[in-house]
Write a protein that binds this ligand. Structure first.
Ligand SMILES: [Zn+2]
Length: 301
């Protein structure tokens, strides 16, 4: 049996990432607590464009994802809502208020990650709130927070990825979710879990967590400046890059790190076509390559 906790996650809660998502998460969390429900809200403040995209596989093992995992394992949440938001001008979301994304496990999976029928029902429940229009759409990229949650035992029909229009009424979105959640809780469910986790979930739950994985993308010069002032790595530095595996195997073992001197200061840079990280030491840069940059090479999201 599942516990009675509602889990809210905000993987893109950094400044200039999903602008409305933290506000929607907080508003919903407060409403649920006000309704006497148990709610856990976990927000990542890590920048998805420069540090770690928490909704991809390489986010696993970070403080944010470890906390999500702990709550799922200890509380077997009744429902999990992964809260995101999008800019109003994105044509693919058709100027909706809330879009529920219908994820896939991997390209050749025979059934999608979430139960579409349930999502359609949930979208209808959301749309019962005046001024809120919700729909269901297929997801273009793997949504690793939900994938991981389901692999940890969350039911496919109780794990939702919800995108919210940045320019809409955040409080109305929270009201719509709270009303829909109340309806879902009254529905019969088949969810996995253990007696122990159910007992634990009965304990008082008022946890609100924000995590920040620490990398500050605003420390170094801009990429174009770094690239223009590129210098060679010393043989010792190049040897360390090789020894620690910071190379692009698919590209004749090209170094994944380059060095640059800007106004007398040395920087180390690692990048893909999608983003870059800059650090003051080579070792830190090699770590950024393994922790984040390398994982952005294949998913051009
Ligand atoms: Zn997002």
């Amino acid at each position: 049996m599942a516990g009675d906790l509602i889990l809210l996650t905000v993987p893109h809660g950094a400044k200039d990432n999903d602008r409305a998502a933290p506000a929607v998460g907080h508003a919903l969390h407060r409403l649920l607590l006000g309704q006497g429900l148990k709610s856990a809200l976990i927000i990542s403040r890590s920048d998805r464009y420069t540090a770690i995209d928490m909704n991809r596989g390489h986010g696993r093992g970070t403080a944010f994802r470890s906390e999500v995992r702990r709550v799922i394992e200890e509380h077997s949440p009744r429902l999990h809502i992964d809260v995101h938001s999008f800019p109003d001008e994105i044509p693919r979301f058709g100027y909706q208020d809330i879009v529920l994304l219908h994820g896939f496990e991997h390209p050749d999976a025979d059934k999608p990650l979430q139960d579409r029928e349930f999502l359609v029902r949930y979208a209808k429940m959301l749309s019962n709130t005046p001024g809120v229009a919700a729909c269901v759409q297929p997801s273009e990229y793997p949504n690793d927070v939900c994938q991981h949650a389901i692999s940890l035992g969350m039911s496919r029909d109780r794990c939702i990825l919800a995108e919210h229009n940045d320019d809409g009424d955040h409080d109305a979105y929270a009201v719509a979710h709270a009303a829909a959640i109340a309806q879902v809780l009254s529905m019969k469910v088949m969810v996995s879990g253990t007696e122990t986790s159910q007992d634990r979930a009965r304990e008082e739950m008022r946890y609100v967590g924000d995590t920040d994985e620490g990398y500050n993308p605003r420390t170094g010069p801009k990429f174009s400046v770094l690239h223009k002032n590129k210098v060679s790595l010393t043989p010792e530095e190049r040897a360390l890059v090789k020894e620690r595996g910071a190379e692009w195997d698919c590209d004749h073992h090209r170094s994944a790190v380059f060095k640059s001197v800007v106004n007398g200061k040395t920087w180390y840079v690692t990048y893909t076509h999608r983003c870059y990280n800059v650090t003051a030491t080579l070792k830190a840069c090699i770590k950024r390559f393994h922790d984040f940059i390398k994982g952005t090479a294949e998913s051009v999201a």
